[in-house]
Ligand binder design. Sequence first.
Ligand SMILES: [Zn+2]
Length: 350
Amino acid sequence: MGTSLTSRFTPGLGLVLAAATLLVAGRAEAFCRSTTCTGDCARDENECKTTGAKLFWPGMCVGYSMQKDGTVNLSMAQVRKAISKTFIAWTDIVCDPAKPDETATIAFSLLDDVACHKTEYNEDKGNANIVLFQDNKWIYKGIDNTLAKTTVTFDHETGEIFDADIEINTAYNSFTISDQNVKYDLQAVVTHEVGHFIGLDHTLDSAATMYAGYDEGTTEIRTLEQDDIDGACAIYPPSRKATCNPEPRGGLAYQCSDFKPPGDDGCAISPGSANGGGGLACFSLLGILAGLGRARRRRSSRPRNSHEGGKARRPDFPGSDRASALRSSPRAPSHNIFQSSRLHVNSIGS
Ligand SMILES: [Zn+2]
């Protein structure tokens, strides 16, 4: 990662070198916590935001769900295994080697798969912290040099995280799972995203998982470095008082909030229905509607094309997106993985 460090931070190279010196001399904290400040925020010598409330999950246990359709080029069983490992990497973190029994107070539970295939937070309904694959389009900036994106919704005043969703850009990138012939390692990339998911921002420590760049063909960031551990322990110290309830805010939602089944007869369908929370009166209707939903998705799904041999897939895109995709250079050696935070202005409980 040394090369990308130099090229990425050319304007601030002196700063990077200074930080490296400190690391040799003793322990220098390089990790950054995400804050409620968005846009052009003041930053310290480590490029950490210095304004806004720091983000955190209030509870000890956070539930997440896989989007049920996975991705066309990898088996769902493989994907599940790889994604589980990314959350496990941030679990049972020993903060002080002298106290191996005391771990960071953050853990994760894999909840039921969900049908909702988008990033959203619903203040008045159920929610899901979703890991989903964007096979057909990437609506964000950096079409083919952004591998993944985590959107965190939080209380604007306190920094409490309400919801987090991880999207993986499989529309423009070939992800691999195996230890051999690695291209973009799914586990490595998502381990970085889980760092954002728990409230960490990018670090200048180029060895850390939370460094902003990922080098193609590598798997090193599957495992945490000391800087990542320090970051997780700063947000979730072992001494923190927190209870365990992995249910998303408002209950687990199987469908997106705007899901409108055709022929809805007025029976209110609660987003919590996947967990039996939707009300018995709608039970039979839900079965039918679930079937309709599947049929609609099948019709709208695109042909499944594989892109083995390293050739980038060219998704069938409308006008402008397609043009920019084709203009882009074939492959850069290093890719940005970035976080974007969505501000939840109407904070709950305030
Ligand atoms: Zn990132």
